[in-house]
Design a protein. Structure first.
Length: 281
């Protein structure tokens, strides 16, 4: 066909009026067309997707284990305070809730930044606790597999070998619990809780230091050895005989007050050089 004839045929087609199709037919035609052209193919999941998902599950599982094993609790972004005593002397620690701890050499304790509301301590080693009373916030010490719970009292916790733990109570009362055990033990002053090789015993111990008709200088030596303070008295008093009973964990100020009243003396305490001087009134 010549170019001239092609032009004539195209002109005829152009001038022919289009036949109007029903809407239903147009809709069906479009659906059939789109189904063929835009046919959805199933999305293939790449193998590394499964690996990433598996890693995420393991990470979340481990996170759950770590949080559940941490006795202190707290949020993941919670700050922790760790105090260690690498020295050969007792380290005095004043906690945020006004409680006092005497941390023994080679011991370590840990607590969270919200300690006043979450009074929990993790202890390794030995420490004496003088707990500030707070009925709304129990004070808990986690050591090995044991938990010591108090409101306000004085006690010593000692961690031994093979996960053994000893708790001596001097004042008040404490409740003891052991991991994976439904039992609990209530201690009274003068009782010692001993946990060793999954067995528990409660025994009495002597919580007093007795001086029976001995020279007063023996008491002064005891104060120096126990509290680290040098005590100076008028020479005429040091050889006087004395009979006295002190709580082994008696506060130093109370001991000084007792001696001052006994001998009618006035004490002066120098905290900088740790020295107590008694003078006649």
């Amino acid at each position: 066909m010549k170019d001239k004839d092609i032009d004539k045929e195209l002109k005829k087609v152009w001038e022919v009026e289009a036949i109007r199709q029903p809407d239903e037919r147009k809709e069906a035609s479009w659906n059939d067309f789109s189904a063929k052209v835009f046919e959805k193919k199933p999305r293939k999941i790449k193998p590394w997707y499964y690996a990433a998902a598996a890693i995420l599950v393991v990470f979340l599982s481990l996170s759950g284990v770590l949080l559940s094993d941490n006795p202190l609790g707290g949020k993941s972004d919670m700050a922790y305070t760790i105090v260690e005593n690498p020295t050969t002397k007792v380290k005095l620690i004043n906690l945020p809730d006004s409680s006092v701890v005497e941390l023994q050499p080679n011991a370590k304790l840990e607590y969270t930044s919200d300690f006043t509301d979450n009074r929990k301590i993790n202890l390794n080693g030995t420490a004496f606790f003088k707990v500030h009373k707070d009925k709304k916030h129990p004070f808990r010490v986690f050591c090995g597999e044991t938990t010591t719970t108090v409101l306000g009292t004085c006690f010593t916790v000692t961690e031994g070998e093979e996960n053994s733990v000893s708790v001596k109570l001097y004042e008040g009362s404490v409740q003891m619990t052991v991991k994976d055990s439904s039992h609990n033990w209530l201690l009274y002053p003068g009782e010692e809780f001993i946990y060793n090789k999954k067995a528990v015993t409660v025994e009495a111990f002597n919580r007093f230091k007795d001086f029976d008709n001995v020279p007063l200088k023996s008491v002064l030596k005891y104060i120096r050895d126990t509290y680290g303070y040098e005590v100076v008295m008028p020479q005429s008093y040091t050889n006087m005989q004395v009979t006295l009973r002190l709580n082994e964990k008696e506060n130093l100020t109370d001991v000084i007050h007792i001696l001052a009243e006994m001998y009618n003396l006035t004490p002066q305490i120098n905290e900088e050089i740790k020295k107590v001087t008694f003078k006649q009134r």
